[in-house]
Design a binder for this molecule. Structure first.
Ligand SMILES: N[C@@H](CCC(=O)N[C@@H](CS)C(=O)NCC(=O)O)C(=O)O
Length: 203
């Protein structure tokens, strides 16, 4: 059975959310951080990066949370993962999430709440926030006339990008200048499937 390895307090959260959206049978193996988990031999055989999460599905072993999500969505098919041009758009937003949104959101997060206070640099936090705001301006314009990234319905593109932005949203990044983005995040992150995954992470 498709198994998501990794505690919900990791990027495994977004994979648990995707599996709930897909409505497929799956198992959660809450591998912890550290030598008994993500750095242990059994887990490294699945994900040699020693990072959470990973996924196994039959003979397939995958790392990279957003690749895992594309696999999960592919099993469900449309509307979660549409075909044709919208499939390409879903991939575009997924790569944008990983390369444009996530590094800047993480820079802000590391220097705001994730690292111990003595390792935080306010200038790095401010630079990350400013770079993230530049990306959010693009997203704000895109969401001006559509409720979800690809149009009227929720897709894996929304799950992937909102999953990447989740930690900033939850930890009170200032979204006030981006009301469409804030409303979209609220719409995505309060869906029943998201709430199930959030209960595992926030509980
Ligand atoms: N690009 C990877 C990043 C994985 C990653 O950095 N996971 C973090 C937890 S969210 C981790 O395992 N950090 C511990 C470490 O780097 O040793 C993905 O999206 O799966």
């Amino acid at each position: 059975m498709l198994t998501i390895h990794g505690v919900a307090r990791s990027r495994g959260f977004r994979c648990l959310w995707a599996a709930e959206e897909a409505g497929i049978p799956y198992r959660h193996d809450p591998v912890p951080f550290g030598p008994e988990g993500s750095k242990g031999a059994a887990y490294l055989a699945i994900n040699p990066n020693g990072k959470l999460p990973a996924m196994t599905d039959g003979d397939l072993a995958l790392f990279e949370s957003l690749a895992i999500n594309m696999h999960i969505a592919g099993k469900a098919g449309a509307p979660l993962l549409p075909g044709g041009d919208d499939g390409a758009r879903a991939l575009q937003w997924t790569l944008w999430a990983a390369t444009e949104a996530e590094p800047n959101a993480m820079q802000w997060a590391y220097h705001t709440f994730m690292r111990p206070p003595e390792q935080r640099d306010p200038a790095q936090a401010a630079a990350g926030a400013e770079a993230l705001r530049q990306r959010l301006a693009v997203l704000e314009a895109h969401l001006a006339d559509r409720p979800f990234l690809l149009g009227p319905g929720f897709t894996i593109a929304d799950c992937n990008l909102a999953g990447v932005l989740y930690a900033s949203w939850f930890n009170k990044f200032d979204y006030d200048a981006f009301p469409k983005v804030a409303a979209w995040l609220e719409r995505c992150l309060t869906r029943p499937a998201a709430l199930k995954a959030r209960a595992l992470r926030e509980g």
